[in-house]
Design a protein around this ligand. Sequence first.
Ligand code: NAD
Length: 508
Amino acid sequence: MKEILAQLGISSQNKGTSTGNHWLAGSGSELESFSPVDGQLIATVQPTDDASYNNVVNTALEAYTTWRTFPAPKRGEIVRQIGDALRANKTNLGKLVSYEMGKSLQEGYGEVQEMIDICDFAVGLSRQLYGLTMHSERPLHRMYEQWHPLGITGIISAFNFPVAVWSWNSALAWVCGNVCIWKPSEKTPLCAIAVQHIVAEVFKKNDVPEGVCCLVQGGRDLGEKLAADERVALVSATGSTRMGKAVAQTVAARLGRSLLELGGNNAIIISEHADLGIALPGAVFGAVGTAGQRCTTTRRLIIHESVYEAFTQKLVKAYGQLRIGNPLDEHNHVGPLIDKDAVTQYLNAIENCKQQGGRFVVEGAVLEGSGYESGCYVKPCIAEVNSQLPVVTQETFAPILYLLKYKTLDEAIALQNAVPQGLSSAIMTLNLREAEQFLSYAGSDCGIANVNIGTSGAEIGGAFGGEKETGGGRESGSDAWKAYMRRQTNTINYSTQLPLAQGIKFDL
Ligand code: NAD
């Protein structure tokens, strides 16, 4: 790993603040990045202090006046080169993601692939930032709308997707003409430094001024500062609902814009008409992938009573075959949780579930012994619950799966919707009526609703995000780019008169 770190520009002590190719000194207690894989200290990072923060924001504001003059397709061309630079660094960066965050190597590579894919998407988008034209009610007048950049996009990201979420935001924000300031999770500061080196190099090659891609590092305080900063036009924040509520209120108080991607509590309905051969891997991967630390992780299975026993048995058997261990070893299915706090939350949720009446058919435990020295490896577990106990309605960021039984589809949909979060949902059924009911206005209330695919993960081509406590934001594909731009309506009079709208007369 040492060699990989060096190739990615990471040493044992790193500056954490950057305007692109320039790295600024900060001050304060160093961020320490420990790998959950083996518990080792990987490296330290100097956090951003007030002076370096202001330097970054001022440089970004200055850069914006230049960057917005680049034609959008030219900005797209630079983003295309960023995609190529990521391709060249995919193996190293994927390994670092796996080592610093703890997800499996395949998922680490997959995360970098997602960055590449969104760059490709953004390249095409740079020629498609379309506005509408309208017919004016007045003669010899023309109306149309155009989309302009906003300025600084602040990106606050979570530990579980330490690089991909940033790219969903930045690739779009850049082709739209914005400059970006990234505040990554304090739990994964090194992934951000590696990405910053890769991207800044591309901007330099293209003579783009410092300040278009900026990095600041720190914890909650720094996120709060970014949210409160009137110079930051859009704050895109990914993380817990607790964080999102705080950011939303701070940004709203200054009438800024926020884009929120928060917690999920995702369910799969497994109908009596399900193809259980699809439902099983969909449910198991959804529940245990990334050790249950995806916003789209499957946390609840709502199973029809006629297939409940058979499906539960299949699940228990499948869980018995899971290999838990070092995520860099591709034979393992499940890696560690991010840190010991996450392990405590996992244990608390199990305890609460038991106290509230849940019955575990696969018991949880913290793994000990050789290979598990970091203390972050836990056993994925499954609990049967008769109803949505309080613990079931919360998002515990760990591999705990709750099973619920249903009789009618109406009941299943009601259960699926009866949680505060609204990110991802799925139904496993071969019955057309059931599938359509689930997808209708009276069906799932989530931002993502799938049929015969689990809840976990999503393609970059669609708009990603969810409702209710998930925050309502949409990122990535479809027309999510509109969140990074301001719309301007233009009316042009090419007549010799000044007719007013709504027939109003104003004779002088
Ligand atoms: P977290 O909320 O603890 O931290 C996320 C980021 O917010 C970090 O950078 C943190 O420093 C910052 N932050 C924390 N409090 C803040 C505040 N008051 N003001 C400003 N910034 C603040 O989340 P986490 O533990 O890193 O990530 C897990 C959570 O993220 C889960 O709830 C998961 O569902 C969610 N998540 C959602 C999505 C999505 O797209 N909906 C994607 C990934 C993760």
